[in-house]
Write a protein that binds this ligand. Sequence first.
Ligand code: SF4
Length: 225
Amino acid sequence: MRKKERYENILAWFRENVPIAETELHYENHFQLLIAVILSAQCTDKRVNQITPALYRDYPTPEALAASSPETVYEYIKSVSYPNNKAKHLVGMARMLMEDFGGEVPDRMEDLLKLPGVGRKTANVIQSVAFNKAAMAVDTHVFRVSHRLGLVSDQCTTPFSVEKELVKHIPEADIPIAHHWLILHGRYVCQARSPKCDSCGLRLWCQYYGQKYKVHKDSKEAAKK
Ligand code: SF4
């Protein structure tokens, strides 16, 4: 199957079957989203959502968080992964927002990347979710699902190369939601250890499924001979 055809069919299926796809992190403004996304690195959204209400309540603004200390913030976030580093990042991020960005979350990639705790993936999530920009954050689910479906080639071995390939083929208007389509599909259907291929609506166009079926068919035919 040609790549163009694969993209068209897969995107059409998502448009029809998953018309609404959003982040599962809880937040009410850009600042809270940034906190949640920093906390979600190597951690589940569910766990992050359990601890953010108290954090948002006691540190509602960058100013309030900037005036705190990593030691104090640690007590709020100690149940997430890497709490020491994340506590330092959150306070450092709030201080930089106050000192360099007038207390606002910036929307430019180069500015976001200056903030403590913000790498390319986090910056892309903020650009996409907060500012609806055509940015594709590649996490472990997007990386795996894109490869299995055959949206990206085996040569795409880094998140950045997957990001570039996806952005090249997905229409700009679909990029913000496509990020969520791939994450949610990876989280609930195309899971790492046991993808639920039998109930997956994408198997007609899925490279992994096609290869698996062919192997299965070939081995049956070989057994008949
Ligand atoms: S058919 Fe299987 S491998 Fe392909 S996307 Fe669906 S769950 Fe994943």
